[in-house]
Design a binder for this molecule. Structure first.
Ligand code: MG
Length: 321
């Protein structure tokens, strides 16, 4: 048996619970529930581009899975299976053990099964493909927003971007503030329960990976509508409360890596969404509305003046010095 094979067996093979056949054959075999279709998403994290090379392996294991589950959450899908392609500069068992610990801790939380994968030698890169189930025709898509719909976001925005600015040396946070912020960057929580609860309520949704403005623009383009956002209603992460307004705007509007959900829903659903928020303990903020017009996001300050949005998304080379 080749060393590569041994490693897959040692760190990534587990007895299957739902799949017909898991790791170990040419393909995995899965059956999906009657009346469902599959939502499929893939994401790659490259060292030096999407994360600092010194990032701990356990955190990477969590984050690589979390960003994929976040895409399933945005469609309202129930996560079921995942495949993993790992490119590693060298075989490092301590790294693999830590990576698989972080990965499986999150996989177990959402009962996601690893059903296949591949390992190759090369610069560190992690690619996951996640498969989720959704009742046929019920997925929350980006193209369903209607004129007059409210725009909502979950929890708060900007903490991950603030931590990234600190790591790049652009700003200096206190140790306590940095530790609070970096949790959001390294250990995002995919909003699966919220996504499931929004099926049949939200008319469109995205997860915020590239910044509120960039991701909401996807909804605008696919739905053929403009978005009007009221800056005072955008929920700021607590670690941003003492930052300058410029920093607050940069981190929340263009920061990225939040992995919160941004969605649209008709005004008639407001009460239902407030109840959902109270019942789940997850804050939901109504930040604006969809309107007819050019498919652009406009953000207005307290005086109703449009804010000039310089940067519309997260630069994936931002961590390179
Ligand atoms: Mg996404």
């Amino acid at each position: 048996m080749s060393p590569e094979f041994d490693l897959i067996a040692k760190y990534f093979t587990r007895p299957v619970r739902h799949a017909v056949l898991g790791v170990g054959d040419d393909c995995a075999l899965v059956r999906i529930s009657p009346g469902c279709e599959l939502a499929i998403t893939t994401d790659t994290l490259v060292s030096g581009t999407h994360f600092f090379p010194e990032t701990g392996a356990e955190k990477l294991g969590h984050k690589a899975l979390a960003v994929n589950l976040s895409d399933l959450a945005a469609m309202g899908a129930l996560p079921r299976y995942v495949t993993l392609a790992l490119t590693l500069p060298a075989i490092d068992e301590a790294w693999l053990a830590a990576f698989s610990r972080g990965f499986f801790a999150l996989a177990d939380k959402f009962q996601v099964e690893l059903i296949g994968g591949d390992t190759t030698r090369g610069p560190l890169s992690i690619t996951l493909t996640a498969f989720g189930e959704i009742t046929i025709g019920h997925a929350i898509r980006r193209d369903g927003a209607k004129e007059g719909d409210d725009i909502w976001v979950s929890e708060s925005l900007g903490a991950a971007a603030l931590a990234l600015k600190h790591l790049r040396g652009d700003i200096t946070l206190s140790t306590a503030a940095f530790e609070r912020a970096v949790m959001h960057l390294e250990a995002p929580n995919p909003r699966i329960a919220l996504g499931r609860a929004l099926v049949g309520v939200a008319t469109s949704a995205v997860d915020i990976s590239d910044g509120l403005v960039a991701d909401l623009t996807h909804i605008c383009r696919r739905s053929g509508l403009a978005a009007s956002v009221e800056w005072p209603k955008v929920p700021l992460a607590t670690s941003l409360l003492s930052a300058s307004v410029e920093q607050q705007r940069a981190c929340t509007l263009a920061g990225g890596d939040d992995y919160e959900l941004c969605f649209t829903a008709p005004a008639i659903s407001r009460e239902l969404l407030h109840e959902l928020s109270s019942a789940s303990g997850l804050a939901l903020a109504r930040i604006g509305s969809m309107q007819s017009g050019e498919p652009l996001v406009r953000v207005y300050d307290d005086d109703g003046e449009a804010i000039n949005i310089q940067s519309s998304g997260f630069d994936h080379f931002a961590i390179d010095h």
